[in-house]
Ligand binder design. Structure first.
Ligand SMILES: [Zn+2]
Ligand SMILES: [Zn+2]
Length: 456
């Protein structure tokens, strides 16, 4: 295994602490400072299991990330939290339960999901039961027959914590994905991360209102527990969420910059917002209005769990400890990056200069692009009509933004670089890529990583 910069940080901190006895005052002060040295933690906070429409049983899904070196995850199933109370209904699975059938589950807990009882739960097949039993033993999965149906028990969040969480090594964060759509079929999905209660989807005519009211409802319901709220895969189907919706909702601090749940034809469209352009459009107007900038999350929204390495998107946060308060602090401070293959060794912003170092894992050529928007950018927003694709994707009126939004301010060939904000810059962010890359290559095909935007 290659010794990475992240490993070095871990080791150097531990060594400083271990050798703290008998040092000079200065060295002791240094050791004390090192004890709060932050390190990078890799995570994914958007994933699905059989609790909703993911393929594997929940324990297989959690193990999938843990065994691939992730430090934290949030199993974010659609409109459901993996609570202990007895249920038979999850996403799209609604078996008719007679009194006799219910009696068979007296004293049971958690979700019992019938195999192949409707279109959605066709996904719950013997294959996934066998897959979990093969990995965790024949007794690991419980099954009951009732009313001619075969029910499989899903492990609750607390049971998953018991089975997989390890202090300082692997953290499970509770949460769920609030999933629904507007009457015109625009899908508005949002993750609540750090919470255990769900609430009914708030359906509005426009995503602007759906997002605003959902966040407001969450703030009321979770008043006592700090949480993260993310606007998910804004480009999933057909112009689901426009930059305008997030410009109008500056309380939304996080969106999914990198989520592969984007319709396969989307990026090829002439009129499409590329995910980065979407991000910069929001931040250019937010910076002008002097409201908090939008941070970009990386996640894989995983439903299928193949063998082999993890690809797609993830998020790496810099925290003093692997616990929810520390991670939350990092996210709220924007001290994290999104990736689909590359890593930063360091990101530093001193109020004026953004400096980054790439954690180069091979001898490839790397490039750092500093991107941003100038104060005098062309603010024209043009409304264009985009033709209907099919019944599920009717005509849309969308706003497009100038190419001056999110321009490349400076390019550095190499693994270290910095950019000092100029008087006319609204903000700056860095994107790192590995060369060579084709001109056509974009975020979904080329390994990259993205810092958050920084303002002076
Ligand atoms: Zn979704
Ligand atoms: Zn999802």
């Amino acid at each position: 295994m290659k010794f990475t910069r992240r490993d070095f940080l871990k080791t150097s901190t531990a060594a400083a602490l271990a050798s703290g006895v008998g040092l000079t005052a200065q060295a002791q002060a240094q050791a004390a400072e090192n004890s709060t040295v932050k390190r990078w933690y890799k995570g994914n906070m958007h994933m699905h299991s059989q609790w909703s429409d993911g393929e594997p049983l929940p324990e297989y899904a959690v193990d999938w990330y843990k065994s691939r070196g992730y430090d934290f995850i949030c199993p974010s199933d659609h409109n459901i939290f993996q609570a202990n109370d007895l249920r038979f209904t999850s996403n799209g699975t609604k078996p008719t339960m007679t009194a006799e059938m219910k009696a068979a589950f007296k004293d049971e807990t958690s979700l019992w999901k019938p195999m192949q009882c409707d279109k959605i739960s066709n996904k719950l097949t013997q294959k996934f039961v066998d897959q979990a039993r093969e990995r965790f033993g024949a007794d690991s999965v419980r099954i009951k027959e009732a009313g001619g149906l075969t029910f499989v028990r899903m492990k609750s969040f607390d049971e998953l914590v018991e089975q997989f969480a390890e202090d300082g090594k692997f953290l499970l964060i509770p949460g769920f994905e609030q999933t629904g759509s507007c009457p015109d079929k625009r899908s508005v999905h949002m993750n609540f991360i750090g919470v255990r209660k769900t609430f009914k989807y708030i359906k509005k005519d426009d995503p602007v209102d759906t997002i605003r009211e959902t966040l407001a409802a969450g703030r009321e319901l979770y008043a006592d527990s700090p949480f993260l709220f993310t606007a998910n895969h804004p480009l999933w189907k057909f112009y689901d969420i426009s930059p305008t919706a997030l410009i109008a909702n500056p309380d939304v601090r996080f969106f999914e910059l990198c989520n592969n749940g984007i319709h396969r034809d989307y990026v090829g469209r002439d009129d499409a917002w590329e995910p980065e352009h979407f991000w910069d459009a929001v931040n250019a107007f937010r910076a002008l209005a002097d409201v908090p900038l939008l941070f970009g999350m990386g996640s894989d929204d995983r439903h299928g769990y193949p063998d082999g390495p993890a690809t797609k998107g993830w998020t790496v946060a810099r925290a003093a400890r692997l616990d929810w308060p520390s991670l939350l602090e990092a996210f709220n401070a924007g001290d994290f990056y999104s990736s689909n293959g590359l890593d930063f060794a360091d990101i530093n912003f001193d109020g004026k200069t953004l400096s980054v170092k790439i954690d180069a894992k091979d001898d490839a050529d790397y490039r750092i692009e500093f991107k941003g928007t100038k104060k005098n950018f062309d603010k024209t927003r043009k409304t264009i009509a985009v033709a209907a694709e099919d019944k599920k994707s009717p005509e849309r009126l969308i706003e497009t933004f100038s190419p001056e939004v999110g321009a490349v301010l400076e390019t550095v060939e190499g693994t270290e670089g910095s950019y000092t904000l100029k008087a006319d810059d609204l903000y700056v962010r860095a994107k790192i890529v590995k060369l060579p890359r084709a001109e056509s290559q974009e975020w979904r095909t080329g390994p990259a990583a993205w810092t958050q935007p920084y303002r002076g």
